[in-house]
Design a protein. Structure first.
Length: 102
């Protein structure tokens, strides 16, 4: 949802600022190494923090929604027909595995 997207953006912004601060506090010799050249540092600043945004943003919201929906459905199922819910739980791992391949 929207709020997970906003929180992911804020986290990314904060992480980029902290990463940039850490870069600025390094000794001069640290920048002489090939892995610490300006292009590599800029690429890391852009790509690594964007990956975190993907994990912590809308995907986290989708995962949370699926977990809550599953738990609420199981509770409702046990209230109305516990036998049918147990039958569903027997096939639940198969449903999850087939969803992963989709």
């Amino acid at each position: 949802g929207y709020f997970f997207g906003v929180s992911g953006e804020r986290l990314t912004k904060r992480l980029r600022a902290l990463y940039f601060e850490c870069i600025l506090r390094q000794e001069i010799g640290w920048f002489d190494r090939p892995e610490n050249q300006a292009g590599a540092l800029t690429a890391n600043l852009a790509t690594q923090t964007s990956r975190l945004k993907l994990i912590s943003g809308s995907q986290l919201g989708t995962i949370m929604e699926a977990v809550v929906l599953t738990v609420v459905s199981l509770v409702i199922g046990f209230v109305f027909s516990w036998q049918l819910t147990l039958l569903f739980l027997a096939f639940f791992p198969l449903i999850v595995i087939s969803g992963m391949f989709q």
